[in-house]
Design a binder for this molecule. Structure first.
Ligand SMILES: *[C@@H]1O[C@H](CO)[C@@H](O)[C@H](O)[C@H]1NC(C)=O
Ligand SMILES: *[C@@H]1O[C@H](CO)[C@@H](O)[C@H](O)[C@H]1NC(C)=O
Length: 472
């Protein structure tokens, strides 16, 4: 297994080269490698090893910041520009929206082509394999944190389990990984993995492939929750595998204020939580110029349980095939639904930019003069809730060291004399929501701002995504 060798070698290399030893990191890597080997061994004791998709691939390179929108190809097909004259108005004078007429693009593949792909293995029902020794814990958990990942991405799952999930285990969140049907070759391995950790949700009516993962997987996950989940959650967060989440702060600042706490008669024990909002999503507002649609950025967004129930119903009616986050917006547009959009700022959720780290230091902290209003920067301050684009294990572990179970550690002071900066400079691109066209914005009957006909900003929040102080 080339990958395990490379991985262990990386751990050893970093162990010997660096001046200070990093035992945690070394042990996480070693333990995870051993675990993967053990799983593969258990899964395939008799047969010779089949070819294993995914694990033999080169590790994914960190992606460069997205191109500036002007350099995007112009939309193909009959997509029309929104012209205010073209809108019919409802009884309140608000525009009646429809998704643009176009063949959606999903990571470079046209949806009309993507749906024609042929399955490479049969979709047999996936047998449930409960955890062998489950931990008894009856605390109410109103929050589901679900990492959407590919079945064969075991290595990343181990890294996530042993870092933020373990660190923030006191937060009342159920932690799950959502995979599609991995096919017969992988069945035994995944069964063994769930028997050990008990944290897998298998959507066995879906193929494990990129196109499915990037289009219908989230809505089908909501369908699974709606139809089969043993627990009804108040909030469900969907997360990517390259996202670090400060679950402690996310719970304290974003979720707890939106929950009413239910206590036992003597007032001493929390017996439950009930959301005090409905039809709400929490996320980073994003605009996709190509599909001319506004939506919460897909790396992490959180929805209330009524949205979990609603989206699969809308999908049964409208059958949208588009990027996972565009799909959500188009379904809501077609269903004429208005959803409250609670905004995460660029300081709270951002794309990790290596070029913005401190020159000469091996830390994820930002250099002097960083710009936290940009969507791409390094770590700064104490507001951080989620960090995206941590595709490299090195970056992931570096970030992990800046947190403990109470959340983010204090930012270390800048060095007295900064070393010379020989590397590439950060570009600090503007957030995508700044490109939302003027005619996307309307004022709803209750005075809140409405975008794209579906996203209602919270009362007092302006087009700059900031909450206006009272009286302004
Ligand atoms: C995984 O384990 C959990 C906990 O025992 C169980 O509830 C769930 O059904 C299992 N899932 C699968 C796909 O086996
Ligand atoms: C949200 O909607 C559900 C039913 O869809 C209802 O039971 C609940 O009370 C509502 N919550 C709020 C805060 O309105």
């Amino acid at each position: 297994m080339a990958v395990n060798r490379a991985w262990a070698a990386e751990g050893l290399r970093s162990f010997s080269n660096r001046p200070r030893p990093v035992p945690t990191r070394f042990w996480v890597i070693s333990l995870a490698s051993i675990f993967i080997l053990a799983l593969l061994f258990i899964g395939h004791t008799s047969d010779s090893l089949p070819s294993i998709p995914g694990l033999n691939k080169e590790p994914e390179k960190a992606q460069p910041p997205p191109p500036t929108p002007e350099s995007n190809d112009p939309p193909k097909g009959p997509a029309k520009n929104y012209d205010p004259e073209e809108f019919d108005l409802d009884e309140n004078g608000l525009k009646i929206w429809a998704p643009p007429h176009m063949d959606a693009l999903v990571h470079g593949v046209h949806a009309s082509d993507g749906v024609k792909r042929k399955p490479t293995y049969p979709l047999d029902p996936f047998p449930q394999t409960p955890m062998t020794s489950p931990v008894q814990d009856n605390r109410p958990r109103p929050w589901l944190g679900a990492v959407i990942c590919s079945a064969w991405d075991i290595k990343r799952r181990m890294l996530i389990r042993y870092t933020w999930m373990k660190m923030f285990k006191d937060v009342p969140m159920d932690q799950r990984f959502v995979i599609s049907n991995p096919g017969p070759d992988w069945r035994a391995v995944i069964q063994q993995e769930n028997a050990t950790f008990g944290d897998m949700i298998v959507l066995d009516h879906l193929h494990e492939d990129d196109f499915t993962a990037n289009t219908v997987k989230t809505v089908e996950f909501y369908r699974w929750l709606s139809d089969k989940s043993p627990v009804k959650y108040e909030f469900v967060s969907k997360m990517d595998t390259d996202l670090w989440v400060n679950a402690r702060a996310y719970w304290d600042r974003q979720l707890l204020p939106r929950l009413d706490v239910v206590k036992s008669a003597d007032g001493n024990t929390v017996t439950g939580y009930k959301a005090n909002v409905n039809h709400t999503t929490i996320g980073q507002f994003y605009y996709d110029n190509y599909h001319r649609t506004a939506f919460p950025h897909g790396a992490i967004y959180t929805v209330t349980w009524d949205i979990v129930n609603l989206l699969p119903k809308l999908q049964d009616k409208h059958h949208i095939i588009a990027g996972e986050d565009v799909t959500m917006a188009w379904l809501l547009i077609k269903g004429h639904q208005k959803v409250t959009m609670a905004i995460l700022t660029q300081e709270e959720k951002f794309e990790f930019d290596h070029k913005d780290t401190r020159p000469g230091e091996r830390t994820p902290w930002a250099r002097k003069g960083t710009d936290v209003t940009s969507s791409w920067h390094a770590m700064y301050g104490s507001e951080i809730l989620a960090i995206h684009q941590l595709k490299k294990d090195d970056d992931w572990l570096m970030v992990a060291e800046c947190f403990d179970e109470r959340g983010i550690k204090e930012m270390p002071p800048y060095p007295e004399k900064e070393p010379e900066d020989k590397g590439e400079k950060p570009g600090y691109p503007r957030p995508f929501w700044t490109q939302i066209p003027n005619d996307f914005w309307e004022t709803d009957v209750d005075g809140t701002l409405l975008c794209n006909g579906i996203w209602k900003l919270e009362p007092g929040v302006g087009r700059d995504m900031k909450k206006k102080p009272k009286g302004e």
